[in-house]
Each structure stands twice: as C-alpha cells, then as structure tokens.
Design a protein around this ligand. Structure first.
Ligand code: UGA
Length: 459
C-alpha cells in the first residue's frame, strides 16, 4: 500500500496521547494535539515535555514542523481524517473506569466534525463496549447541532496502545503488533493507511532510538470493535498474572530453599513461556495493570461472570507489598522507631509516574508500624512532593541522607543509578546494614562481601 500523509487530531496529552501525537508527526502526518490544560499546552508549544519519558524531548524537536498543541477542539477536529481520543479514564470507586472525560471529549469532537469522513479512535483503555457507547454519544451530539454540515460521516474504531512508560517511543515506533478494530471497513482502511510507515518500517529511526535489527514488517491485527477492546485488557491482565505467578513461585522458592532467579530463568527459556515479565519482586504498579485487571473483573460481573485467575493475580500482588514489610520485621523484630530507607518512588525505572507505586504502600505500611521512613528517587522527587503531600516530608534529596543511621534499606525501584551506586561507601553510614533487594537485581554475594546483610523478597 502506498503511503499517504494524513491530518490527525489527538485529544489528551497524557502518556498515550502525547506519544501517539508526537510519533505520528515524526512519521510525517500533520498532527494537532488538543488538551484543555493551558499550562501543558504552553509548555509543549515551547518544546518542553510535561512528563519524563526518555527520548520524548528529542522526538518533539524532530516532529515540531508537523505538530501543534492547542486548547481548542476547533483547531484540531475540523478536516481531520483521524481523531484519537486519549483522555484519562481513572477508576471509579466500584472498580469500573470513570468515563466522564471520555464522554465530554466525544461531545466536543462531535461539535466540530465537518467533513466527509472522520475516524474517531478510542485510544484510552476503555471497557469492552465503550466503542459503541462513544458512537452513540457522537451521533446524539452531532444530531443536536444546528450547524451540522451535510454529508459529514464518521465512525468509531478502537486502536489499543501497548506502549510501556519509560519505553514509550520505542514501543510505538517498533511495536510487536498494531491492533485496529472497527465494525466499519472504511475506518479500518484509513487506520491501515495511517500506520503504513510503522507497518512497513519505512521511516529512518532517530539516532536516540536504535532500530532493532530483526524488526521486519509489523503484523497488523485488523478486527472488529469488541475484539480490539478485549485484546488490550486480555494482554495487560496476562502480563500482570505472569508477574504474580512468578511472585507466587518466588515465595514457595524461599520456603523450599530454591533460587527464584534461577527458577524463572529456567522457565523463561521455554519459548512457550518466554522470559519477559517473569521478574519476581515487590510486584507490579503503575496506572495500567491495577486498573485494567479491576476493570476486566467489573465488566465480567456485569455479565454475571467471575474471573478467579485475574482476581488471584491482584491478591498476590497486594500480598507482595506486605511481604516486603514482614521481611524487614522478621529481621529487625521491632519496627517501631527504626529508620528504613526506600530507594525509588516511581512505579518502575525511567518514569516519574507514581501511580500505584509499591513504594507508596510499603512506606505507609511501615509508618503504620511506627518506623521512621525515608524515600529517595533520582527523577520522581518533585512529582512525589507535589502529589503525595502526606509522604513528602519523608523524602530525602540525597542518597547519603537516606542511608545515614539507617536500620535497613529497601531497593524498591531498580533505577540504573541504584544498580551502579558505590554500595561500599554507603554501608558504613548505616546503623545496621540490612539491605532488602525488592527486585532481585543486585548481586547477593557481592553485597555480602561489602558487609551488607542481603535479603530478597523471595527465595
Ligand atoms: C503496561 C504494559 O506493559 C503495556 O503494554 C501497556 O500498554 C500499558 O501497561 C498500558 O496499558 O498503558 P506499563 O504499566 O507502562 O505498561 O509498565 P510495565 O513495563 O508493563 O510495568 C508494569 C509493572 O510491572 C511495573 O511496576 C514493573 O516494575 C512490574 N514488573 C514488570 C515486574 O514486577 N516484573 C516484571 O518482570 C516486569
């Protein structure tokens, strides 16, 4: 298929929206990103990125000629071939996603549609069935417009996002697959066209993101709306339960005297299992696995169906955070008054995202047991102080201050800075040199040689 550049509008400049917009502009499409937050829009128009994502600043600069940011739908939707809706869908108290931002975005899109055919794409992770719901809102809002243009058609599609924070650009430009779903063949055709440069890998990779050698053509899954919506949830829940499974085996490994890193290595080399997402530790966090597993269970419940495997993955994950605290308690006996340092507040390395970060729960559990907690992070400190006012006073700006007179240190987020730390220097600062490796990433023998009492979460 011949490549053709399109006019694209992206609503919402969170991780997903921004990465989508910047990447499509980099590939040659004309992209307008709409966000109601004036401050964010001003930053982005000034070439500054509001989130920490490796490579994003460089890609923003490369894509600048094809990219504008605005607070106004009327600057982006008219004339667009494709409108991506990538607004936040936080969890409502019952576990189902709160779709109010999606509704108002859909209404605003409908108020500005103006030409022969527009594909409106749900890029947010939305419950199965939301595509139809958005379609109904679009039609209703469009029908209410006194100024609605004649001959204006539109259709809803789902195009789930599989990018990982911290690897967002790599995962967008070199994905394992692209999934598009719609019940309208014309929409599928437009999206197939939009993604041609990625599917055919015809672009030149920017220098900061070396092109993987074996990338070849990227498979396209072109399917119906409900299937595309379910693929996203099914994939995230599977990854979450893969990690929880490794964690469950990890606890058994500790009991029988086995080494979990050896066990998961031995498992992962079976190609039917695969080695990725088998790393045991304090468990998963972030904005996706927790929310999506909860939403999947909530959707099933609407059909009077239960999902015990997904439920169990969540329970194992919650338990891991408690196990970290109990590991320390077993060792120190008394937690009250002990100074415990937590290395890392971001939910994983290479992001400043704190959502559902294991550190937050571990800190609160320790504080509830009377410990004196200190936290550190090489990148997420400012966001932490802003978003976690209750925990902010416990943040240490330096690693020295965190280690000083500490009874135990826990490595919670495996930032490269921590792996490369001069661990020999810090051991002397501690009151008791207990080191709990929450991610099984440090060399146990080396740490013991340096004088630490090395503990792991699992065996
Ligand atoms: C996840 C999925 O990996 C993406 O494919 C998906 O697009 C995204 O959710 C989404 O729905 O938007 P993300 O949450 O950014 O991406 O982060 P991951 O790299 O998947 O890590 C999730 C959590 O699992 C982290 O807390 C990480 O530390 C933990 N993890 C990961 C483990 O505990 N063990 C592992 O082996 C791998």
């Amino acid at each position: 298929m011949e490549e053709r550049y399109m006019k694209v509008c992206v609503v919402g400049t969170g991780y997903v929206g921004l990465t989508t917009g910047v990447s499509l502009a980099f590939l040659g499409h004309q992209v307008t990103c709409v966000d109601l937050d004036q401050h964010k829009v001003d930053m982005l128009n000034g070439g500054r990125c509001p989130i920490y994502e490796p490579g994003m600043d460089e890609l923003l600069a490369e894509a600048a000629g094809n990219l504008t940011f605005t607070t106004s739908y009327s600057d982006g939707v008219p004339g667009a071939d494709v409108v991506f809706v990538a607004v936040q869908t936080p969890s409502a108290p019952d576990g189902s996603p709160d779709l109010r931002y999606l509704r108002s975005a859909a209404e605003s899109v409908a108020g500005n549609l103006d030409h022969d055919f527009t594909v409106v794409v749900n890029k947010s992770t939305v419950p199965i069935g939301s595509g139809n719901w958005v379609d109904a809102i679009l039609r209703e809002s469009f029908a209410q417009r006194a100024d609605r243009p004649a001959g204006c058609e539109f259709s809803v599609a789902s195009n789930p996002e599989f990018l990982r924070e911290g690897n967002a650009i790599h995962d967008t430009l070199f994905p394992d697959r692209i999934v598009i779903g719609s019940d309208n063949p014309r929409s599928l055709e437009v999206l197939n066209q939009l993604y041609r440069p990625i599917i055919n890998q015809t672009f030149t990779a920017p220098s900061f993101s070396p092109r993987p050698d074996d990338i070849g053509a990227v498979p396209l899954v072109s399917t119906d709306l409900a299937s595309a919506e379910l693929i996203k949830y099914a994939a995230n829940a599977f990854l979450a339960l893969k990690i929880s499974y490794a964690n469950e085996i990890g606890q058994l490994a500790a009991k029988v005297g086995a080494d979990i890193t050896e066990v998961t290595r031995g498992m992962g080399l079976d190609q039917r299992i695969g080695s990725r997402f088998l790393q045991a530790g304090v468990g998963w966090g972030g904005s996706c696995f927790g929310k999506d597993t909860k939403a999947l269970i909530a959707t099933a419940a609407e059909y009077n169906y239960s999902m015990p495997i997904v439920q169990a993955a969540r329970e194992v994950n919650d338990r891991q955070r408690l196990i970290a605290v109990e590991r320390l308690q077993d060792e120190l006996r008394i937690l009250k008054g002990r100074k415990i340092g937590l290395l890392g507040v971001a939910f994983k390395p290479n992001t400043d995202d704190l959502r559902d970060s294991p550190s937050l729960d571990i800190a609160n559990l320790l504080l509830a047991r009377g410990a004196r907690v200190r936290l550190h992070d090489p990148i997420a400190g400012e966001r932490f102080k802003r978003e976690q006012p209750d925990l902010a006073p416990y943040f240490s700006d330096t690693i020295d201050a965190l280690f000083d007179d500490c009874d135990a240190v826990v490595l919670v987020t495996e930032w490269a800075q921590y792996l490369e730390l001069d661990w020999s220097k810090f051991v002397g600062l501690m009151r008791t040199p207990i080191l709990l490796d929450g991610r099984h990433v440090l060399d146990a023998d080396r740490m013991a040689r340096l004088g630490y009492k090395y503990l792991a979460i699992a065996g």
